[in-house]
Design a protein around this ligand. Sequence first.
Ligand code: AMP
Length: 472
Amino acid sequence: MCGIVGIRDAGGVSFSLYYALFALQHRGQESAGISTFDGAQLYKHKGQGLVAEVFDPAILRGLEGDVGIGHVRYPTTGANKPENAQPFNFLFRDHIISIAHNGNLVNACELRDEYEARGQIFCTTTDTELIAKVITDEMSTSGCIEDAVHRCMRILRGSYSVILMIDGTLYGFRDPLGIKPMCIGKTSQGIILASESVAVDALGGTLLRDLKPGELVCIDEGGMRAMQIAVSDCRAHCIFEYIYFARADSILDGALVYDVRRNIGAKLHEEAPVNADSICPVPDSGTAYAIGYSKTSRIPFVESLMKNRYMGRTFIMPSQIEREKAVRMKLNPIRDHLTGKSVVLVDDSIVRGTTSRRIIGIIRDAGAKEVHVRIGSPAITAPCYLGVDIPTRQELIASDKSEEEVRGRITANSLHHISLEALVESIGIERKHLCTGCLTGCYPVSITGEQSQPPAIDFLDGTYQTKLELFE
Ligand code: AMP
């Protein structure tokens, strides 16, 4: 998970980076950070908490320069410690380097062991520091960033979208399978790289395109140069970004997430129709799905659970009673919409099953007669090793239970998960170009002890075709 952004803008970047990170806040709430460069000096600020808690106008005014990068962190690897907040900033020979990363490496331990065997030291437990080491290692021999990214793509196994700032030049690259998203946008005076297009929208900019898997882009005063470093016949875009993680108003690799979710809702009705009085979303993650289900079934869309928008972060409550109370604080039922009614409850996914069970309890307590659950993803049966916080098989309710058993556990009258075929069709990207590891247990990169089908990757050795893209 995590959100990253890089901006070059003649009018200064700190406030733009702040707005972009604000738009990406859903990708990580643990820490936030910004590094900027004014042609001579690096300015930086980062801290634990939400973007609005970490920054204020005085701090942003102190972050000078026309180029900078930012990060919001959701910890998938590396503990919840202040030193793991990104961007990381390094001095290397005469260079000032900042780096921000979204993704997860599956060979991080092996690589770290190799570096440590050669006497290298690490300050954090993150993959990001390792990526920085690989880059500076190669820069110290060839001196060339293209070669350094080439080396990254050869030796890093896993998902990585990376934004780097080296002496005020901005670089962005995406792993050869394009697992995690990254797009390029244009603002009135500048260029932005970001995890999702909503960050471009937040600056009033225009989405230009997605970074291609295996591509490196370099942005400086001359515009943007793009180089293809590695090519694969198959991509492996994370399917869970469409299901849950990305914002509904983002366009990821050509697909508007809202439309994907609405299409899934329509197909959920085709696959599992039900006679009911109303379609109720679990806010906000189930809303677009529920609208699709309602439109196709012609059963009215009736919001019957209201979310308290001020409960930003999930509370980590010490006891079960407290946790139940927290769900009640977060979601309040509208009794008049539920009493005596048969309701179709629509949500994006069931992970551990605790949320669904609690929500169904709330709806029944409010007087609902029947609760039919429709879920916008197939059953999640396997962990994610590539950057989404999907836990171990033991914690996943569907890993060893049939749909009927899960239905019983969550106390629904009926339960249906969308089929993988209908999900893929709704996204509009061929199945061979999607990572479905959490749904199928088969991954696009090799992972010890797991089944995998890694596609072949061609590395374009030393013959990087550079294409200059100038934006008027
Ligand atoms: P549960 O089944 O109790 O684990 O909760 C599942 C719900 O949490 C889903 O309906 C999503 O809205 C949300 N969710 C799904 N995946 C994640 C995740 N990786 N991190 C946080 N929330 C998630």
